[in-house]
Ligand binder design. Sequence first.
Ligand SMILES: NC(=O)c1ccc[n+]([C@@H]2O[C@H](COP(=O)([O-])OP(=O)(O)OC[C@H]3O[C@@H](n4cnc5c(N)ncnc54)[C@H](OP(=O)(O)O)[C@@H]3O)[C@@H](O)[C@H]2O)c1
Length: 271
Amino acid sequence: MARRRPGGEIRFDPATILMTGASSGIGAETARFYARAGRTLILWGRDAGRLEQVARDCRAAGATVITRVLDLSDGQGALAAFRQDDSANPVDLLVLAAGLGDMRPSADKTERAETVLELGLVNYATPAALATAAAERMVARRRGHIVLVGSVAAFHALPFAAGYSGSKAGLTRFAEALRNGIGDHGVGVTLISPGFVDTPMSRRVASAKPFLQSAPQAARLIARAVEEDRAHLIFPRLFAGLRLLDQLLPAPVRSAILRRLKADQAPRPAA
Ligand SMILES: NC(=O)c1ccc[n+]([C@@H]2O[C@H](COP(=O)([O-])OP(=O)(O)OC[C@H]3O[C@@H](n4cnc5c(N)ncnc54)[C@H](OP(=O)(O)O)[C@@H]3O)[C@@H](O)[C@H]2O)c1
């Protein structure tokens, strides 16, 4: 829904924004970035206390705020909630920022099967279904924009995070296909692939975090990508280079490098 004005200036001014993952990190900062008088923000999260804190900040900036506490591992519940929220306040911009980060503990040989299932639901299946539900309604209205937050982990077959990199790789392919499918109907789709951003999720990672960016920086980059109707934003740019390298290397060389990578993460705090 980015519109080019006659003078060439691009402007996107969504009146109603629905955001998942609004209770923390990138989602919370994106909510704060968009909060202003005349806007309705529908903020979804799991932790009611943190979600309410973000809602308070957004109200203080003049926005009308509606909150919803739900667990995205319940895909059917999320779809029903989206349709209810969109019927009450038709959504112009959907930002699917919620996500779970996890990896195999260094002492283990495999990830936990239950964790991989949860990552698939929260990082791929439910966001893809929500994007589809939004696309269906936005295409009928011939306006709207959908943002899916993936990860640069999608570009590499990380041996210690098959569940995470696999779920984000699924979302990456889904976003491109969705954009190809609905781009001619007045609805934008933008995939965001962040590198390391300073949030509770990345603070659990024990290994080096090169080119760490702040969550407010990430929020600004996301908003600009929406305004410009970008198909895919990878930041920092270095990770676009690493993606290319991954694609160009012969498979045996790529595997040999990836198998040597090590990373560890503090356990997830209880939800
Ligand atoms: N930080 C990074 O370095 C980085 C890098 C690449 C990609 N990303 C992606 O960026 C997105 C935002 O992550 P972040 O860094 O901002 O992490 P974060 O601070 O941990 O925030 C994650 C958000 O997702 C929500 N969430 C997680 N599981 C959920 C569930 N089952 N149901 C509903 N909501 C759930 C959390 O809700 P509650 O807090 O209320 O539980 C929280 O609002 C994620 O998709 C992540 O994969 C982050």
